[in-house]
Design a protein around this ligand. Structure first.
Ligand code: URA
Length: 242
């Protein structure tokens, strides 16, 4: 048996003081019944605790969440200068870890999970999970840019990238698909072709799509989406043929 406020605190739901407010406001239910006493004892192995209708803590198994990350925040647990992505997570998800990173000015699909093996799989170069970006840029994409991406871009510092897909959408707009995650990779790839990026959004990762999730919002992945992430693998031929 454990105190409810302690259980919520260990589950990463706000600070101890804030938790008392949340409980007293009737937002927490134990086995479907609203409770108002933070000191109430619960059986953490048997009781189901919810906050605003979402199951909290150890009673949950694996969680995989997506966020539509806004521009202007960093992918870090904490930062002294900037807002972090963690500040956009609803309280019950604050113990999850981001899977890889998006740079401060990049928007879009950022995954979070409590499953270390899945996170490792998604960021490991061995599996080379494909990520898709929508970019707005200066200049115009031509056939030589598309061929350079397909052969493996050489960045301005000499770094050679894996083959990637570059698709022109309209003047100054394109789609880029990459199977690796070097620092500022897409911006540097387009810059290496004289097309500096003014806007970048990740729209898919490992077959999972951001869709119409509003900026700053999160949603849990479906079992089908999680299964897709667990089975994706690097296939250079796919990138070369596109
Ligand atoms: N490429 C970038 O340049 N930035 C990101 O955040 C992700 C990929």
């Amino acid at each position: 048996m454990q105190r409810l406020d302690r259980f919520l605190s260990e589950a990463g739901v706000e600070s101890r003081r804030k938790i008392k407010e949340v409980v007293r406001a009737g937002r927490v239910c134990v086995n479907g019944n609203a409770v108002f006493a933070p000191e109430m004892k619960i059986d953490e192995a048997a009781d189901t605790v919810t906050l605003d209708g979402e199951i909290v803590g150890r009673s949950r198994g694996r969680i995989v969440l997506m966020m539509n990350k806004p521009a202007g925040c960093v992918t870090a647990a904490q930062d002294k200068d900037f807002k972090t992505v963690m500040e956009y997570l609803p309280p019950q998800y604050r113990k999850l870890m981001p899977v890889g990173r998006l740079d401060k000015e990049t928007e879009g699909l950022l995954l979070f999970t409590n499953d270390g093996d899945l996170a490792h799989r998604l960021i490991s170069p061995k599996h080379g999970v494909e990520k898709t970006y929508y970019a707005e840029h200066a200049g115009e994409i031509d056939e030589t840019d598309i061929a350079a991406f397909s052969a493996g871009c050489v960045l301005r510092d000499g770094t050679v990238c894996r083959p990637a897909v570059l698709e022109k959408l309209a003047a100054g707009k394109c789609i880029v698909r990459v199977c690796e995650g070097k620092y500022h990779q897409v911006r540097r790839m387009l810059a290496s072709r004289g097309k500096p990026v003014s806007y970048l959004r990740r729209i898919a990762e490992g077959g999972v799509e951001l869709g119409d999730l509003p900026v700053c919002m999160t949603r849990e992945l479906t079992e089908t989406e999680i299964a897709a992430l667990e089975s994706v693998d690097f296939d250079e031929k796919v990138l070369r043929n596109n």
